[in-house]
Design a protein around this ligand. Structure first.
Ligand code: ZN
Length: 127
């Protein structure tokens, strides 16, 4: 293959740029699908899209232990958090929700929950 270094580099750069654009399009599609996924409320039994729910991010206190240990807040895993139905205001515990696996799939890989939910509240629980 008789091709110059500069041409090869150019081809590679063009391919990377194209892949990057496609990746952005697919990621936007994925986020949109996640936001529109329907979640059922365990109290009013109504189904509403993820973007209408409030996500309550829990934090658990690690008490001080000995020298310099503990006394900080741990971010709870999604399954240990709650979501609030905008229709009836009921707090649904994710751990016991019938669509727990679906919720975990939707929230997986999304660090900023505001990209999915209507609101994100933080709850600090001392135990
Ligand atoms: Zn409800």
């Amino acid at each position: 293959m008789n091709i110059s270094i500069a041409r090869l580099q150019k081809k590679i750069d063009a391919l990377k740029e194209g892949a990057q654009k496609e990746l952005q399009v697919l990621e936007a599609q994925l986020l949109d699908k996640k936001r529109k996924s329907l979640i059922v409320c365990q109290r009013c039994r109504k189904r509403s899209p993820v973007y209408s729910w409030i996500f309550i991010q829990g934090f658990r206190h690690a008490p001080p232990t000995g020298y310099r240990g503990g006394d900080y807040w741990n971010r709870s895993k999604v399954e240990d958090c709650h979501i609030v139905c905008h229709k009836c205001g009921n707090e649904n515990r994710i751990f016991t929700h019938p669509q727990k696996d679906k919720i975990l799939t939707i929230t997986g890989g999304v660090h900023d929950k505001l990209e999915l939910f209507a609101e994100v509240e933080e709850r600090y629980e001392d135990n």
